[in-house]
Design a protein around this ligand. Structure first.
Ligand code: P6P
Length: 339
């Protein structure tokens, strides 16, 4: 894919031009620069692997009841430390922490709320498969001062003012939206800066590539069973064409494939996770990724409603996810409506 720039445009220049065009204020631009800088440090830590003594379990668990990897804890700390002093944030929320982290009283509090999964897909770290950081930015509800209450975070995904992810793969990529389009930045490791390498991403409406964990098939609800069965019978079946399947088991990697060439990613309800509401977390996985996908011309649904319109009831709430190329997401939703 030919880069579409004549000379390198850095993330700093891009964000400065966005602010000039009226997208984002100084605090939001500072926040995004700081998150990007923190992710460069996470890239260094994940890149060390065994040489950095950062592989394996941390010996602790998180609010999700999951064993934490050392890099989960390291990445979380990097993001918290980077965002403490700037004066742009009121608080952070993370997959790795039960409650929001307040900005220390020694520093000024700003008007933004930052939510993140510091290292999504971390079960893949030890086998050297791409992992990533996912983040979402909300405005603190008006009129609130002092310490942030968890309820201030509980806003629908349509309220996000920015969202992004960094995928730590063969190269380190930042994919970012401020609510008007999606842009991709590649980390120039020598210069240490993110360079704009793909402007205004649009994913194709049609696709023949889907991503789902097929081992859960017997646990899915009937509509998803029917939908996937029709994909698998290919051109002999009602869809009249063959489909291809991928599953990295690292949401950031699966979503980045969709951003790059289209496709769908699904983690539907299944009997194993139904009591929890799903597998993926709404506030710092599904919402930011859905915002990015919609901004790139795709769609994101729970199967029964637009995902960004889900009204959160809890900070670590889980939700079924069907996202990607618009026409295929719409088709999957039709199967759910046909019940
Ligand atoms: P499974 C990683 O733990 C994650 O949250 C997502 O990144 C990924 O898509 C999913 O879980 C993988 O789930 O059931 O295939 O291990």
């Amino acid at each position: 894919m030919k880069p579409d720039f004549q000379r390198p445009v850095s993330l700093t220049q891009f964000l400065t031009e966005e602010r000039r065009a009226g997208f984002g204020d100084t605090d939001l631009i500072q926040l995004l620069e700081i998150v990007a800088r923190a992710c460069k440090r996470i890239a260094v830590a994940t890149g060390k692997g065994a040489l950095g003594g950062v592989l394996g379990e941390a010996g602790t668990g998180n609010i999700q009841g999951e064993a934490q990897k050392k890099l989960d804890v390291i990445s979380n700390e990097i993001l918290l430390d980077a965002n403490a002093w700037g004066g742009h944030l009121a608080a952070c929320a993370s997959e790795e922490m039960e409650h929001p982290q307040q900005i220390p009283d020694a520093y000024p509090r700003g008007g933004y709320l930052l939510l993140f999964d510091p290292l999504d897909g971390s079960s893949n770290i030890d086998v050297n498969i791409s992992v990533g950081t996912i983040f979402s930015v909300l405005k603190r509800p008006g009129g609130h001062r002092g310490h942030v209450d968890t309820s201030e975070f509980l806003q629908p995904g349509t309220n996000q003012v920015a969202a992004g992810y960094v995928v730590y793969g063969s190269c380190t990529l930042l994919v970012l939206t401020l609510g008007h389009g999606v842009n991709v930045f590649t980390l120039d490791r020598e210069a240490g800066s993110f360079i704009l390498t793909r402007r205004d991403v649009k994913i194709p409406d049609e696709t023949s590539e889907f991503a789902i964990n097929m081992s859960n098939q017997r646990y899915w609800e009937a509509p998803m069973q029917r939908y996937i069965a029709d994909l698998l019978v290919g051109k002999e079946g009602p869809r009249g064409r063959d489909f291809n399947m991928r599953w990295v088991a690292s949401m950031v990697a699966d979503v980045h494939r969709i951003i790059t060439r289209g496709g769908t990613f699904m983690y539907p309800l299944d009997e194993k996770v139904k009591s929890k509401g799903g597998k993926l977390r709404l506030m710092y996985e599904a919402n930011p990724m859905s915002f990015i996908i919609e901004q790139a011309g795709g769609a994101a649904s729970t199967g029964r409603q637009r995902l960004l319109e889900v009204v959160p009831e809890g900070l670590h709430q889980r939700v079924p996810v069907i996202l990607g190329s618009k026409n295929e997401v719409d088709m999957a939703v039709k199967y759910h409506a046909a019940v």
